[in-house]
Design a protein around this ligand. Sequence first.
Ligand code: ZN
Length: 674
Amino acid sequence: MRNIFSKKNLKSSVLSFSKKNVGKDLAERIYTSRLIGSNSELVLHGGGNTSVKSKIKDEDGKLVDVIYIKGSGSDLDSIDQSGFPAVKLRPLIELVKMDHISDEEMMRYLKNNLINHKSPNPSVETLVHAIINEKFIDHTHSTAILKITDRPNGIKICKELFGKNFLIIPYVMPGFLLAKKIYEIYQSSMKLHGMILHKHGIFTFGDNAEESFKRMIKAVTTAENYLKNQKVYKIKKIKKTNNRFDPLLIAPLIKSHLCKNENYILNFRCNQDLLDAINSEDIKKFLSKGVVTPDHVIRTKPFPLILNFDKCKNLDVLKKKIMQEIMKYKYNYIKYFKKYNNPKKSFQMLDPIPQIILIQNIGMFSVGRNLNEALVNGDVSEQSIKTIISIEEQSKFESISRKDIFDVEYWSLEQAKLNKIKKPLSGNVVIITGGAGTIGASTAKKFRENGAEVVLIDKDKKKLKNIAENKLYDFYSCDVSNRSDFKKVIDDITATYGGINIVISNAGSAYQSPIADISDSEIKKSFEINFFSHQIVASECVKLMKEQNLGGCLLFNISKQSVNPGKHFGAYGTSKAALLALCKQYALEYGKYGIRSNGVNADRIKSGLLTDKLIDERARARGISIEHYMNSNLLGKQVLPEDVADAFFHLSISKKTTASILTVDGGNIEASLR
Ligand code: ZN
């Protein structure tokens, strides 16, 4: 492993942090923590932790010994001073001397000893860092180290390779028990470079950041060199076949069985290395042994679902197989839960669905409550599968016991790592056409705040990019009146998210002219965007929703013009009247599939469609002032894009409402329905 430490970069990093009032110790700590975080062979997504011991002035101005330790919710690659809570050091040493406390009590104790009570929670491995005397400590789940510890003679090899300077510790569950174990063995007179934790990872120590980091790189390099010199046996692979079934066809079928209790994102990935690994003949045997390091279990579940569709002759056989295999997985997970559940602790079983689905000759699906979680689960899984195969090529992969895996999976401190706050639309995928407009942007914000994954679609690429700059939304530049272009977008969304739950068909354009004078091409253009594009979007999405078999929600941005025409607005009003009929037609024909179809009749919203110029013209057409035009409704209040977004949101969560039109116009008796 290349050592990318640079004295020059360390110096300039310390200097730039000093300008933000960050002391030298913590600044050095941040510098090498980021080096560790940037290397996926050392840590992945929130894995690993680092610390530094220092002194700090407390509320009374007295200098106290503290440990800055990585807090929960930070990734080492982007960590800064806010990710390192300072904890009083002395009380931590006292705590380890106790015979036994629960991990929950340990966490409460850590929080009580924070210098700043608003800091994030200190790492669950804080006590281990506290009892080691050295100033800087680095802890990683290095894949090279795991490739050695996770095999039958792992401890023996580690002793031979590292025994002189490293403590080799048999597996103990992280938390108080591990700290206690290390406290019993460790003596500061040992002059150690670090510790290897069997089937877990590696710690290195040093007087300064550079020393600890260099010892990490050196130990990992020693492990890599050992692995390089071992004999490699060829693992038997299954026969390669051309995909009979496209992953895009498979995704909605899997989703239909996965999302019975809750909505999830289903992300697909495939690359040659991954495919080679999952095409191993004995892949089921290898992966059912467990995880490569304990905290992976919250990402991968104790075992993945492994499928092979090579013998499925047609779509019906495939559908049946997917249903049976997911049912079998759930059954096995429930069995595992019942076997290891501790009745005294009354754990609540997690949704018994697979989090990783591997399909030989096709690729991998990873599941999450949002896209980020699905991607992280996929990254962790992809790396651990490759690690396991590489061990099997030299020896035999060995994990911790199923019971130990269960204890970590249902450990409250691990579960706390997954942000469990559920929002009303968590796991839902929403597409918004006309997404770059004012109403599109307000609606995107509303749905995102409520937990949905939002995909914006618009012709205007530049405007889309501006809105999506904050990276909260995915976006596609596409003309929704072109069916084949829209289909390509749907395919891409299906591969990334697994499907679509809510469609906000919002694209529109206004045309003004007396109805008898308007050109044929103008009125056709109006129908193209205000009616036909909605039909293209709705029809393609309904096809996908039917495959998903989870219902769905169509929301059309209609207009009050559909029921209350305005002068010289005929091209717009007639196409919107047709759109209202379309909305009802979808409700009528697809209600039996649980697909709801509703619309919003909004009026006088200042937007890209109703520009200042148009407002001026419409006000003139009615012989009233601009202000009067914008406020002339029963409530006497201007209607805003946010009001339309609220209406879309309420319709999306009104599970028993279909064929309904919600008016958002501040009150207008002429435009009120029925
Ligand atoms: Zn760890």
